[in-house]
Design a protein around this ligand. Structure first.
Ligand code: ZN
Ligand code: ZN
Length: 266
């Protein structure tokens, strides 16, 4: 286990320890914030915060790295699927490309991403998801909010839920953390719109295998979606198969329209 992952586990374990004396009532309520603060101080002293990309001390993502990430230029991107240079002619969502994944049209109204997937943005995603640096969620959400076209309007935010295996492995739902932070920033309500009862891990599958693995793998909750304009949030757009399957479920549950937003775009 790396230092970052250990630090996150240490803080969580300390809070669990304090919670275990919950039976002590008022005293527990009084010492809880103090214990949390003390835990943070100890963890920060032993394993100081470092930039996820360049490892410099100080912030989870230093100012220099924030300034030099490969941001996706919306003016050059495909208005429909968000491919980085697809404004004039998109190679990702034309009829031939969609035919390969068994579709004639994309189910979502539009998609955009904050950055292009690169060694640096990939490292941010890895440190966030696999090394448990949850504080990156708010930095990623800040970049995603900036990337959102100004004419996009929504009623609710929905996140693409992690598979059960991924949730067990990490102990948190990465897209939910980003979506929660986006909800705090925009004031748009986050709703629990999707469930993922039976998907296998996507990471080692090819494009066609991903589509087959995902078919019918999401359940949407009609109470949360019906008649609403939805902002669907995920961390990375890889082949688009996950966002398409999630959008299918939301539309089937009565959503009025779905637009997708991710941190990085492959
Ligand atoms: Zn840095
Ligand atoms: Zn496109």
């Amino acid at each position: 286990m790396g230092k970052r992952a250990f630090k996150a586990r240490f803080a969580a374990a300390l809070m669990d320890c304090v919670a275990s004396i919950g039976g002590m009532g008022t005293l527990y309520e009084r010492i809880k914030p103090l214990a949390a603060f003390a835990g943070e101080v100890v963890a920060e002293t032993l394993w100081p915060t470092r930039c996820a990309v360049c490892d410099v001390l100080g912030k989870v993502l230093c100012d220099q790295c924030v300034a030099s990430l490969p941001y996706l230029d919306w003016w050059r991107a495909c208005r429909r699927c968000g491919a980085a240079y697809g404004y004039v002619q998109c190679a990702s969502c034309n009829p031939v490309a969609l035919g390969l994944v068994g579709r004639t049209e994309l189910p979502f109204e539009a998609c955009t991403s904050a950055t292009m997937f690169s060694p640096r943005t990939g490292k941010i995603v890895r440190v966030f998801k696999d090394q448990g640096e949850r504080r990156l969620a708010s930095t990623m959400a800040m970049m995603m909010q900036r990337a959102m076209p100004p004419d996009w309007a929504f009623d609710v935010i929905v996140h693409v839920p992690a598979t059960k295996a991924a949730y067990r492995r990490r102990g948190f739902d990465h897209a939910e953390l980003i979506a929660r932070s986006l909800s705090d920033r925009t004031g748009i309500m986050l709703v629990d719109g999707l469930a993922r009862p039976r998907t296998h891990d996507q990471r080692k599958l090819t494009g066609a295998q991903r589509v087959a693995n995902l078919a019918g793998s999401f359940d949407a909750h009609p109470d949360a979606c019906c008649g609403r304009r939805i902002l669907l949030v995920d961390d990375v757009y890889t082949t688009g198969a996950t966002l398409c399957a999630a959008t299918d479920a939301l539309l089937a549950a009565g959503a009025r329209e779905v637009r997708c937003l991710t941190f990085a775009r492959v």
